[in-house]
Design a protein around this ligand. Structure first.
Ligand SMILES: Nc1ncnc2c1ncn2[C@@H]1O[C@H](COP(=O)(O)OP(=O)(O)OP(=O)(O)O)[C@@H](O)[C@H]1O
Length: 493
C-alpha cells in the first residue's frame, strides 16, 4: 500500500473531481444497479442481449494446477473463519437435513455455522444479527435454520420467508435450500421474483425466497398467505435495510408478517449506521459481529493496476485477458452502459464475454448467470447488481474496472461494495485475485482509503511490465482450482 499512498501524494495526472465512470456512459446513467436496489432487481424491460458460450477464448482456459492449501487444513486452523471444533451431527439437526449436508460433502461446519446455528435453532426462537466474511457459509447457516423450523406435513403453507436484494441471489438461495433439503419429504421452495409465481395459484410452497418488491405485491394481491410464517431471513441485510436502498420495503414487508416471527439478518458487512436499524428491525437479537480489520478474506490477493489514464484502462484490461490463463472472472463496472460498451469492444477484439445488469429482462439474466455458473461463459461484465452473494466457486479473478463509489456525486469510496465485489472469488478457502484499476487522484485516493480501512496491503501491478504482472497474478490463480476434498458447490459449480 505504500506505493499507492506515495503515488497519491504526488501531483496526479487528472483533477480530483475527474469523472470515474466509463467515458462511454451517458451522464444520466444510474450510478449502478445496487444504488437503486429497490427498482433494479425487480425491473425487467431489457434490451436484447446475445448469449455467448464463452469457452476457450482469449487464453481463458480452465487452469489445471495443483492446489496448495486443502480445505481440511483450513478447517483445522483456529485463525480461519472456516474453523470449527464440532460436527454437523452435534448440532442436533433432523436426519434428512444431515443427509442433505452429507450429499453436499459438507464435512464440518464453518465458524459462522458452528457459532450461529445453536443460537438460531434453539427454542424459544431468538432473533439473530450475524456477520461473517464473504464465502464462509452464511447461506447454509440460515438455510439449516429455516429447514429445521418447517413443518413438512404442510408443504403448501408458507412457513419461512427469505429476502435477497437481487433475483439472482434469490434464485441461488432457492437452489441451496432445495439441495440441502433434498431428503426433506415434500419440501416446496418457491421464488418470489418477477414472473415466477402464477397468478392463478399464488404462492404454494413452505419456503419462499424473494425480492422485497415482488413479495410485497404478492401479499397485497392476497396471493401469498403470510399468516403462518415462523421465520424471516434477510440476506445482505445491511444493504437491504439501508434507507438509501430497500429499507422502506423491508420495513413494510415486516409489518405484514406475524409479530412473533423469528428474524435472522445476515451479511459480510454491517456498517455502524445500518447496525442501528438492524437492532430495531430484529429486536433483542443475538449478535455475531466482526471488526472491519477482520473482514478481508486471506485467500484473496488484492492488487491494483496503476493505469496511466482512463482511456488506457480498456487496453490494459484486454491485455490482461489476452496474456493470461484465467478461470472464470467477473469485471465490475460503474454503469450498465459501461458494461455494454466493454462487452462490445472485447467481443470486437475477439474475446468471448457476457454482460449482465439490471436493464436486461429477468429470464435473460437467469440464462446469462446459468451460463456463467456452468462455465459456458467465463467472463462476466456486470454492475453492483451482482456484487453481493453470488457464489460461483470457479471465479479466480475479480476486476474492479471502476472503484466502487457512493454518496452524492459518487464522492466517497464504497467500502462495503468493494468487499462484496472482491468476495466473488476466494470462496470457502479457495484462492483468487482482485485487481482494482486506478488512474487519477480520485480513484487513487478512494482505493487508498479502502485499503486503510480494512488494513490491506495492496500489491501494485505495472502495466508496462507484463512479465512481472503475469507472474504476480499467476502465482495466485495457478492454485485456484478446487482441492480434491473441497465440497462441491451446492449448485453444481
Ligand atoms: N460447511 C461447509 N463445508 C464445505 N463447503 C461449504 C460449507 N458451508 C458452505 N460451503 C460452501 O461455501 C461456499 C460459500 O458459501 P456461501 O455462499 O454461503 O457464502 P456466504 O458467507 O454467504 O458469502 P457472501 O458473503 O459472499 O454471500 C458455497 O459454495 C457453499 O456451498
Amino acid at each position: 500500500m505504500a506505493d499507492l499512498a506515495s503515488r497519491i501524494s504526488k501531483p496526479a495526472d487528472a483533477p480530483a473531481d475527474a469523472p470515474v465512470d466509463d467515458a462511454a456512459a451517458p451522464s444520466d446513467a444510474p450510478a449502478d444497479d445496487a444504488a437503486t436496489p429497490a427498482a433494479a432487481p425487480d425491473q425487467g424491460n431489457g434490451t436484447e442481449k446475445p448469449i455467448d458460450d464463452g469457452a476457450n477464448s482469449g487464453g481463458l482456459v480452465e487452469p489445471t494446477y495443483d492446489v496448495e492449501v486443502k480445505l481440511s487444513d483450513l478447517q483445522a486452523d483456529i485463525e480461519s473463519p472456516l474453523y470449527s471444533v464440532s460436527s454437523f451431527e452435534e448440532l442436533g439437526l433432523p436426519k434428512p437435513i444431515n443427509d442433505g449436508l452429507l450429499a453436499m460433502n459438507f464435512k464440518k461446519p464453518s465458524k459462522i455455522q458452528e457459532r450461529a446455528l445453536p443460537l438460531m435453532i434453539s427454542n424459544p426462537p431468538t432473533n439473530m444479527i450475524a456477520q461473517s466474511q464473504s464465502g464462509t457459509g452464511k447461506t447454509a447457516a440460515f438455510v439449516l435454520t429455516v429447514l429445521s423450523r418447517v413443518d413438512f406435513s404442510q408443504p403448501t403453507q408458507p412457513q419461512a420467508l427469505l429476502l435477497a436484494p437481487s433475483r439472482e441471489l434469490a434464485r441461488q438461495i432457492q437452489g441451496v435450500i432445495q439441495t440441502v433439503g433434498q431428503f426433506c419429504e415434500s419440501l416446496i421452495v418457491e421464488a418470489a421474483i418477477p414472473g415466477s409465481i402464477s397468478r392463478e395459484t399464488g404462492v404454494k410452497g413452505s419456503v419462499v425466497v424473494g425480492t422485497p418488491g415482488t413479495v410485497m405485491d404478492l401479499v397485497r394481491r392476497r396471493q401469498f398467505d403470510v399468516s403462518q410464517l415462523k421465520v424471516l431471513v434477510i440476506d445482505e441485510a445491511d444493504n437491504m435495510l439501508d434507507q438509501q436502498g430497500m429499507g422502506d420495503q423491508c420495513i413494510r414487508v415486516k409489518g405484514m408478517l406475524p409479530k412473533t416471527i423469528q428474524i435472522l439478518l445476515f451479511s459480510a458487512t454491517f456498517p455502524d449506521k445500518v447496525m442501528n436499524y438492524a437492532r430495531k428491525y430484529a429486536p433483542n437479537a443475538n449478535e455475531i459481529k466482526l471488526r472491519h480489520q477482520e473482514l478481508t478474506v486471506k485467500g484473496i490477493s488484492q492488487m491494483y493496476m496503476d493505469c496511466p489514464d482512463e482511456s488506457k484502462k480498456y487496453d490494459i484490461l484486454c491485455k490482461l485477458y489476452g496474456l493470461m490463463t484465467i478461470g472464470s472472472s467477473v469485471i465490475f463496472v460503474r454503469t450498465r452502459e459501461s458494461a455494454n460498451e466493454i462487452m462490445r469492444r472485447m467481443e470486437a477484439d475477439g474475446h468471448k464475454v457476457s454482460a449482465l445488469h439490471g436493464a436486461y429482462e429477468g429470464q435473460n439474466r437467469d440464462a446469462l448467470l446459468d451460463d456463467f455458473r456452468s462455465g459456458r461463459s467465463k467472463v462476466l461484465i456486470t454492475t453492483n447488481v451482482l456484487a453481493r452473494g453470488i457464489d460461483v466457486s470457479s471465479v479466480s479473478m475479480v476486476i474492479n474496472y471502476d472503484i466502487p463509489m457512493k454518496g452524492f456525486g459518487d464522492k466517497e469510496p464504497d467500502m462495503e461494495t468493494y468487499l462484496h465485489r472482491i468476495g466473488r472469488t476466494g470462496r470457502f478457502g479457495r484462492v483468487g485475485v482482485s485487481i482494482s484499476f486506478v488512474y487519477d487522484r480520485k480513484s487513487f485516493e478512494a482505493l487508498s482509503k479502502i485499503a486503510e480501512f480494512y488494513g490491506i496491503d495492496l500489491v501494485q501491478l505495472d502495466p508496462n511490465d507484463w512479465d512481472l504482472t503475469e507472474t504476480k497474478v499467476q502465482e495466485v490463480i495457478k492454485s485456484s482450482r478446487a482441492a480434491p476434498d473441497y465440497a462441491p458447490n451446492a449448485l453444481g459449480n
